[in-house]
Design a protein around this ligand. Structure first.
Ligand code: AP5
Length: 215
């Protein structure tokens, strides 16, 4: 499959993307994960991105496009990809459109995860993430806890709260989403690619996406 996952912070994009990769081996490409890995590695990209990320702001489009231009041309993308957290702005969507047309790739669908705001706020404050960059399993202290001593059930590394999960940063991320990313739903509706999914249960959403892809 070649799809984009849209949705507010905490809508469950990462959770749904991980479940979808099991379906047909398509790769999950999360710009958030790539940037967090760059911050941990202390690379130039990480140093430039950290400030924006910690306060809940978007990283500049030119940095994101540089990452995605090379990432989408890696061999593992040939089988299919799930774009998680990209594009985030209209300019990114326009540049992605040009890039895909240059590479001869056609998107199957843009999946918009629609989740009520009170559920989103609850999910973001209770999320925990595996600190191992090669694992990054997503947990939730209420719905999907890690081990009692805070270790990842998959790889045994510590499970931590992200730096952008302060109340202030969460509020700012949601505002940024409404201003800059929510308009992408209209953009992709006009391109006849948008499908909206009320996403309360991630497994139900994954089944609905699979059904829509096979239609
Ligand atoms: P990014 O990592 O993309 O963060 P985000 O969009 O804010 O999304 P999240 O990862 O917070 O949430 P999610 O929707 O993946 O939800 P999850 O599955 O974890 O980006 C981080 C930062 O990087 C940005 O702020 C920006 O600075 C920068 N950035 C990234 N991409 C960029 C771009 N393209 N352009 C510019 N800047 C960019 O689920 C959340 C929680 O809920 C978890 O605990 C999970 O277990 C739980 N949960 C999920 N689904 C369910 C369910 N159905 N029932 C119960 N619990 C659930």
């Amino acid at each position: 499959m070649k799809i984009i996952l849209l949705g507010a912070p905490g809508a469950g994009k990462g959770t749904v993307a991980k479940l979808l990769t099991d379906y047909d081996g398509s790769v999950q490409i999360s710009t958030g994960d790539i940037l967090r890995a760059a911050v941990r590695a202390g690379s130039d990209l990480g140093k430039e991105a950290k400030g924006f990320m910690d306060r809940g702001d978007l990283v500049p489009d030119n940095l994101i496009m540089k990452i995605m231009e090379s990432r989408l041309q890696e061999p593992d993308c040939r089988k299919g990809f799930i774009l998680d957290g990209f594009p985030r702005t209209i300019p990114q969507a326009e540049e992605l459109k040009n890039l895909l047309s240059k590479l001869g790739i056609k998107l199957d669908m843009v999946v918009n995860l629609d989740v009520p705001r009170e559920i989103i706020l609850d999910r973001l404050t209770t999320r925990r993430t595996c600190s191992n960059p090669d694992c990054q399993e997503i947990y939730n202290i209420k719905t999907k806890p890690a081990s009692p001593d805070g270790k990842c059930l998959k790889c045994g590394s510590s499970v931590v709260q992200r730096d952008d999960e302060t109340e202030e940063a969460i509020t700012y991320r949601l505002e940024t989403y409404n201003k800059k990313t929510a308009p992408l739903a209209f953009y992709y509706e006009k391109e006849s690619l948008l499908k909206n999914f009320l996403s309360i249960s991630s497994t139900d959403t994954v089944e609905a996406v699979k059904k829509a892809l096979n239609r």
